[in-house]
Design a protein. Structure first.
Length: 508
């Protein structure tokens, strides 16, 4: 009886979601989002994080559901677009498509660019659809559990999330840990949560409310990415001018079914982990396929499994990363941190109350993912010729427009020239971090979670009258803290560090 009632409730919620997603304005901006996502995925060196950071200001005047639907479309659309450049020019438009380039480019060189692109698109569509079903099924019960969390549990959960983001970040563990700490410190700038006293403002009144989230995100990701790409700009040779024989053969379909299923399952699980998401999912899926294959020597020489598995995994991982953001208000990656920023800007407090207080937003976003994935298949395959032509545009012609768009967008948030100086400063910081091989993603997660971490820490201490044992005497809080410590200890083990370096070596 309970299962029947739950099923009826799920159908009713999905009905509400599709009625929201089907509104003309939401359909229009969903299309704009997936089109922009594909475009920035195709053009190497821009990326969804920088693009969403740049577009945040223009969403302020939208309805909350409309803005989040568009921003989400950019994110999972970029996963689709990234495979195009990976296959055609051996240059991943997205870091999650780096593995796709290994076999995808070899297929293109063998005259099989069409089947490779179709495999990426169809695998991505299937994985995205399945992951959206998982969000619809598991988000509501997780929300119910999250409503029982107190300040101590939220503090411990955020600690676990930050530690996991360190463990799953590429590069040095110590550097990732340093980035989290730097992000937490930047989050302290502004006014004290309880007393209202200013701290770390260095006498600037503009910092009284803290650092502008958009300025930090655009600087660290957008401006730093522009500087890095100008430094590394090279001529790009497109493998094929015209893609033919787009549809995979019967043998191709037989070879890709199992890898797509395995990649979808793996990506769906890893996407939920903080710091995991699309990148780790694609690398893990490729490694699994190569290890279980009876002919591993084919990998790296044009194996269709080497395209199907990582493309399915990165799209499934991109979609399920919405689960912790929607249910707990915890970002699994920098894009989810930006989505939380968009919700806060819209006056919505991220967390489990969103499902009950804003059901049309919660379910409308989930339903829009089905719509967006369908749009992406219809967009990507017919427009491959257009994407091929876009790849010939020199980056030196693109970056001035991107830079101007960044400046206009950031200024429009508060009409404050100080924010432009902040963007420039964080742009230089981001570039320095890149040169020092420090991944900026943990910094943004620390910056977003910092104020929430502090607020829950102080609330828990106030409720317990200053007794810190509240974090270990409450069973769920203690369990989460123990998990965080275990994850950190395991990450520093020599064997685990060696394995971690092996997984991410292709991304370097």
């Amino acid at each position: 009886m309970d299962i029947l009632a739950t099923g009826q409730e799920l159908i009713a919620n999905l009905g509400l979601g599709f009625s929201t997603a089907a509104l003309p304005i939401n359909l229009g901006f969903c299309f704009v989002g997936v089109l922009l996502g594909t475009l920035i995925g195709v053009l190497p060196g821009i990326g969804p994080t920088a693009t969403i950071a740049m577009l945040l200001p223009i969403t302020f005047n939208f309805e909350p559901a409309t803005s989040l639907i568009m921003l989400a479309g950019i994110y999972y659309g970029a996963q689709y677009g990234g495979s195009t450049t990976a296959i055609l020019i051996n240059l991943p438009g997205e870091s999650s498509s780096a593995v796709t380039a290994i076999d995808g480019y070899q297929m293109a060189k063998q005259g099989r660019a069409g089947p490779a692109l179709a495999t990426a698109a169809l695998g991505s569509f299937f994985a995205g659809s399945v992951a959206t079903v998982l969000i619809a099924l598991f988000a509501p019960p997780l929300t119910e559990v999250a409503l029982k969390f107190g300040p101590a549990e939220y503090f411990s959960l955020m600690m676990l999330g930050l530690v996991a983001s360190v463990a799953l970040a590429s590069g040095s563990v110590l550097k990732a840990l340093a980035m989290v700490v730097l992000g937490l410190l930047l989050g302290l700038v502004g006014s004290d949560v309880n007393t209202g006293a200013q701290r770390f403002t260095m006498g600037f009144l503009e910092l009284a409310d803290g650092l502008n989230f958009v300025a930090v995100a655009v600087g660290v990701f957008g401006i730093a990415e522009i500087l890095r790409n100008l430094e590394n700009e090279t001529d790009r040779e497109v493998m094929v001018k015209k893609v033919t024989n787009l549809w995979p053969s019967k043998e191709d379909f037989k070879a890709m079914v199992a890898p797509v299923l395995r990649g979808t399952a793996l990506g769906s699980v890893l996407g939920i982990l903080p710091g995991g998401g699309a990148v780790l999912s694609s690398f893990a899926a490729y490694t699994v396929e190569k290890r279980i294959s009876k002919t591993p020597e084919r990998f790296g020489k044009g194996a269709i499994e080497g395209v199907a598995a990582p493309e399915s995994a990165n799209n499934a991982g991109a979609q399920t990363s919405f689960i912790p953001m929607l249910t707990l208000g915890i970002p699994a990656n920098p894009v989810m941190a930006l989505m939380i920023g968009a919700m806060i800007i819209q006056g919505i407090q991220p967390g489990p109350n969103v499902a009950s207080e804003k059901p049309e937003l919660f379910w409308g976003l989930i339903a829009s993912m089905w719509v967006g994935n369908l749009m992406l298949v219809l967009l990507n395959l017919p427009l491959i010729g257009l994407w091929v032509r876009l790849l010939t545009v020199p980056y030196t012609m693109l970056f001035p427009a991107i830079l101007a768009f960044c400046a206009i967008g950031v200024y429009s948030v508060n009409s404050n020239a100080f924010d432009l100086f902040a963007v420039a400063a964080f742009g230089l910081l981001g570039y320095v971090l890149v040169k020092l091989e420090c991944e900026p993603a943990p910094l943004l997660l620390g910056f977003v979670l910092g104020p929430m971490l502090e607020e829950n820490l102080r609330r828990a201490m106030t409720i317990s009258r200053g007794d810190p044992s509240v974090f270990v005497t409450r069973p769920l809080s203690a369990t989460l803290l123990v998990l965080a410590v275990l994850v950190l200890v395991v990450t520093f083990l020599p064997s685990v560090r060696a394995k971690r370096d092996e997984v991410f070596q292709e991304d370097a």
